[in-house]
Design a protein around this ligand. Structure first.
Ligand SMILES: NC(=O)c1ccc[n+]([C@@H]2O[C@H](COP(=O)([O-])OP(=O)(O)OC[C@H]3O[C@@H](n4cnc5c(N)ncnc54)[C@H](O)[C@@H]3O)[C@@H](O)[C@H]2O)c1
Length: 249
């Protein structure tokens, strides 16, 4: 897919990796619909780059149907909306709250699935390009899908679910000319990480192999570009992580 022909829905676009991807694709001529729950962040980004936007919850069926109703010809979805929590299964503070576990799965896993089914449904009616391609879906998992830390039961389960559904959905949507890939970022400099103490951030950076720093939204966006433009990439979950392997704690 050529970037200037991209008509993309980007979720979580009010901040971090989604925002970085929105800026990157817009600069290269893509037409965008940005979605986020955080109205202020989303509006700032959308107004600055000149993109359409919709404030809503990716896991809400009706809201997201409404969000994309008038955005016809979607040929790209980048699922970046997500939340991270830390909670042990059992601790001196009691058991892991079940509603919290459910919420993380609802936003990260069900939210991603909700968006991809709604966008895939629209992508099917696109005219195929010379490769027979009608659309590309990019999800965001995490290296925590594979080496989650203590306290990441819910987050890892949600991201493992995204990695797990990538191949079966890519297999199914192949007949519709739609590719599906997932990016599994390591440690990236966004609001999600800057919420952690400097000490925790430094200990996480120390576990990366090379380069010894946090990744940037630009580096995430560059992988989005590669996935969009390289038609051979399909059904894959790609770690983007400077070889980090998260320690147990
Ligand atoms: N930053 C990292 O180190 C890192 C590592 C691995 C994976 N990830 C994943 O990358 C994705 C982007 O994270 P980020 O680092 O940019 O974090 P971020 O907090 O900067 O951005 C996430 C955005 O998602 C939005 N969001 C949350 N719940 C939503 C919902 N229900 N509906 C719509 N929008 C919602 C937030 O408002 C926020 O703007 C997430 O899925 C995250 O799990 C991030």
């Amino acid at each position: 897919m050529i970037l200037k022909n991209v008509k993309a829905v980007i979720t979580g676009a009010g901040s971090g990796l989604g925002e970085g991807t929105a800026r990157y694709l817009k600069e290269r001529g893509a037409e965008l619909l940005l979605i986020d729950l955080n109205a202020d962040g989303l509006k700032n980004v959308a107004d600055e780059i000149g993109a359409k936007y919709f404030v809503g919850d990716v896991s809400n069926e009706e809201e997201m149907k409404k969000a994309i109703t008038d955005f016809n010809g979607i040929n790209c979805l980048v699922n970046c909306a997500g939340i991270a929590i830390g909670a042990k299964v059992v601790s001196s503070r009691g058991m892991h709250d079940l509603a919290l576990f459910e919420k993380v799965l609802r936003v990260n896993l069900i939210g991603s699935f909700n968006m991809l089914r709604l966008c895939a449904d629209k992508m099917q009616s696109n005219e195929p390009d010379h490769e027979g391609e009608k659309g590309v879906i990019i999800n965001t998992a995490s290296v925590a899908a594979f080496d989650g830390q203590i306290g990441q039961a819910a987050y890892s389960a949600s991201k493992g679910g995204i990695a797990g559904m990538t191949l079966p959905i890519a297999r199914e949507l192949a007949s519709n000319g739609i590719r599906v890939n997932t990016i599994a970022p390591g440690l990236f400099a966004t609001a999600m990480l800057s919420g952690m103490s400097e000490e925790v951030q430094q200990s996480l950076i120390a576990t990366t192999i090379f380069p010894k720093r946090l990744g940037t939204p630009l580096e995430y966006a560059m992988l989005v570009e590669s996935i969009l433009t390289n038609v051979m990439l399909n059904g894959e979950t790609i770690r983007l992580d400077g070889s980090v392997r998260l320690a147990p704690r």
